[in-house]
Design a binder for this molecule. Structure first.
Ligand SMILES: Nc1nc2c(ncn2[C@@H]2O[C@H](COP(=O)(O)OP(=O)(O)OP(=O)(O)O)[C@@H](O)[C@H]2O)c(=O)[nH]1
Ligand SMILES: [Mg+2]
Length: 540
């Protein structure tokens, strides 16, 4: 076929004649050089679509689909969905007449992404000779150009950040909670190096077990992703392997869940062998049950968020080898854990008290650690900036048997619904907390939803079976709303500080000294420390 033509008269005739003879529709896939790549019997939606390597610059599929309709009808909903989901160069339907001659022809292409509401444009029906004169090559080039421009010069941003559509689900915890979660998911996307193109909150009591949100909603999301120039869907829930595959197959988009996103951030932030071993272990444990044939969207759009980290090349190796790798990583983690425990024993021998900073990710633990221990730990406005615990000494006002010296340990942050794989993989790191004399629970008081985050952290600490007493500290007082801060102080009986400005740090140190001094860690009556909230301490 001439590459520029949508179809030739001869080919149209041959197709309709054959269709009428066999009483079935026929479809062809034609590439940009006019070569027929596939011939199939059936409707557009039944045509097997080959996985194409595609040119790096091309955002369309590179193939047009031409097919026959035995009944006089234009492009069906299925035809247009096939066009849209696969980003075909174009779709053509030819009606066949009973004598075997071609009747009306119908042509549709994707609408440019800038047209807000339309996903496709359908031409008025035309006769086949008119179709032969359409310069389809030119139209495809124009559309490619529009796609490359994106909606308003996004190309610059595209190169560095993946654009994601977020899907939150309100599963009955209330709208406020669902919105907080969605905000957090956006924060996770940002920390993974992505950009949020669109977020959607789905209220759904009966979840569709196959697709989580239902097919109608998925179609809406695909359309949204197209217009927002996004190629990633991020779900605020853990997807089962079957759900992830189903959604990928239906949307042809890359699909990630919250756990994968968190694992990806950990992978990016893992510095040093210890953190890398633990992250790889967590990734492999997550991947193992999900190995069976990830969708083709994953292979087509490979790379970027969710595919990074030491485990990325392992996807292709078989389960057996992954299991072996997991076993060897488990041993490495045990070894790390043994070494860490020896270091701790030596420390305990020196009887210097240890204060471990724990708390929600991004609460300001590392910043506070730096301020208290005059250290230089990495602190960034990103989730999970710290993965490796660091210990440094600091000084408290000398009181009683403890003397003045104290060891501070900065640790990895927590998040609600912390993936199990991470808790297991990071056991060597989390064990650090068992031998602490005090867990200083750092709370970001400047962000809405502090009580929910406090509860989430307490749950994780409980789940780890941690016994050391806990002391809540409200951080970012410099940015917090005065009224909210007062409410939180009352609720937790906690000190408010600002790690950034250094505000109230001396008072915090005095409290620490007092709390550490008491052999039972129980604050005395009339002791101002009593008002500093020893949350979760047994017997207090
Ligand atoms: N305004 C203000 N910002 C703060 C304060 N403390 C920390 N921050 C900022 O909050 C962000 C997170 O701080 P980090 O110290 O990295 O938080 P973290 O708890 O160690 O976080 P992860 O290690 O990622 O779990 C950084 O941008 C800090 O500059 C504070 O007292 N006031
Ligand atoms: Mg940190």
């Amino acid at each position: 076929m001439p590459p520029e033509a949508a179809l030739t008269n001869d080919l149209a005739r041959a197709m309709s004649q054959l269709s009428v003879e066999i009483g079935r529709g026929i479809s062809l896939l034609i590439d940009r050089r006019g070569r027929v790549v596939t011939v199939a019997v059936g409707d557009a939606a039944d045509t097997p679509l080959p996985v194409l390597a595609g040119e790096a610059t091309s955002r369309l599929y590179g193939l047009r689909l031409v097919h026959t309709h035995l009944k006089p009808a234009g492009l069906s909903g299925d035809d247009l969905t096939t066009l849209f989901l696969n980003r075909l160069d174009a779709i053509v339907a030819i009606e066949t007449e009973s004598g075997g001659l071609p009747g009306q022809a119908h042509l549709a292409q994707l609408a440019p992404p800038t047209s807000e509401d339309e996903d496709w444009t359908v031409e008025a029906p035309m006769a086949v000779p008119a179709l032969e004169r359409v310069d389809l090559g030119e139209r495809i080039r124009a559309l490619e150009e529009e796609l490359a421009r994106g909606t308003g010069g996004r190309e610059v941003a595209r190169s560095s950040a993946e654009r994601a559509v977020l899907i939150g689900l309100d599963a009955g915890d209330g709208l406020v909670e669902a919105e907080l979660r969605l905000g957090e998911l956006a924060e996770l996307v940002r920390s993974a190096g992505g950009t949020v193109a669109w977020s959607s909150l789905q209220q759904r009591n009966h979840q569709d077990h196959k697709t989580l949100v239902g097919r109608g909603k998925l179609n809406e999301l695909v359309s949204r992703a197209y217009h927002e120039d996004a190629d990633l869907l991020v779900f605020d829930r853990e997807l089962s392997p079957a759900q992830a595959r189903e959604i990928e197959a239906l949307t042809r988009l890359k699909v990630l869940d919250r756990t994968q996103l968190i694992l990806d951030i950990f992978a990016q932030n893992a510095r040093g062998r210890e953190a890398q071993v633990q992250v790889e272990l967590a990734q492999l444990q997550y991947q193992l049950p999900r190995l069976a044939g990830r969708g083709r969207a994953m292979s087509r759009l490979g790379g970027g968020i969710g595919t990074r980290g030491p485990g990325e090349t392992k996807l292709e190796v078989d389960r057996r080898r992954i299991r072996d790798r997991i076993a060897s990583l488990e041993r490495a983690v045990d070894e790390i854990s043994r070494r860490r425990s020896e270091t701790r024993k030596r420390r305990t021998g020196a009887s210097t008290p240890v204060v471990a900073l724990v708390g929600y990710t991004n609460a300001g633990k590392s910043t506070l650690f730096n301020a208290l221990a005059k250290e230089d730990a990495i602190s960034r406005n990103r989730l999970f900036a710290t993965l490796r615990p660091t210990t440094r000494e600091g000084w408290l006002p000398a009181l009683g048997e403890w003397g003045a010296k104290v060891l501070y340990t900065d640790t990895v942050g927590f998040i609600r619904d912390l993936p199990e794989e991470l808790v297991n993989a990071f056991r060597a790191t989390l064990e650090e907390l068992h031998d602490a004399d005090l867990l200083m629970h750092v709370v970001d008081a400047a962000q809405p939803g502090a009580p929910e985050r406090v509860d989430a952290v307490q749950r994780i600490l409980d789940g780890l079976g941690l016994e050391p007493p806990r002391l809540v500290v409200l951080n970012k007082a410099d940015r917090a709303d005065a009224e909210v801060l007062a409410g939180l102080r009352q609720r937790y009986g906690a000190t408010a500080v600002s790690a950034r400005t250094g505000d109230n740090l001396e008072a915090l140190k005095a409290t620490l000294a007092r709390v550490l001094e008491g052999p039972t860690h129980v604050p005395l009556p009339d002791d101002p420390a009593a008002s500093y909230g020893l949350a979760g301490h047994r017997g207090s």
